[in-house]
Design a binder for this molecule. Sequence first.
Ligand SMILES: [Ca+2]
Length: 213
Amino acid sequence: MSRFRPSADRARRECEQWFLREFYLSANRDASEESRLRELFVEADPSLRSIDAFVLSSGSPPGWQSALIDDFENGGMLTWNAKGDGLKEPLTESERPGQAFVAGQTGAFLTSFGSEREDEAVGSLVSEPLVIEGDVMTFMVGGGPAVKTSIELLDGDTVVASASGCASGMMRRVVWNVERLRGKAVRLRIRDSSTEPLGHISLDTIEIWRRSK
Ligand SMILES: [Ca+2]
């Protein structure tokens, strides 16, 4: 991997990180190689510098503690308001009939893959406001790949971050630096306007992280 260089495209870079962690670093446990790759991704996206412990990590980085925002268990913790028919009943305990294999969730999860219209189901969900009490937001996302199936972070009506799956039902962990939104009330918006194969988004385990005292 000595000649690996992260893509100039952010979405592709995020999928590269997922792929490297799941399929390369997991089979080649080498701390110096991992830290070299981490530095390449931080150089490509300086907003990751202050939260670099989350880059190429899937667990709980030392020195950080998380607060759960929604894990979609027992009907979920946040209130989500639906537009369109596709996301009226988005919670499920397992893949729906016809849905691509899902991994990375814990228990129930949210998906825009419809019970009846499958990948042709479309719609959007907007969360109630939540206050950012930390510096990092993470969650698991699958589906995709395109901007037609995305989750967005809204500051007022402005989209300040967005993410999609990596053209796979299997979920990757998204890491957003939300330092500059600390103390603000934001909303999450899930959008699915794709009717194509893999035209859905799945979501689980939304957390906000703060540095341990
Ligand atoms: Ca869950």
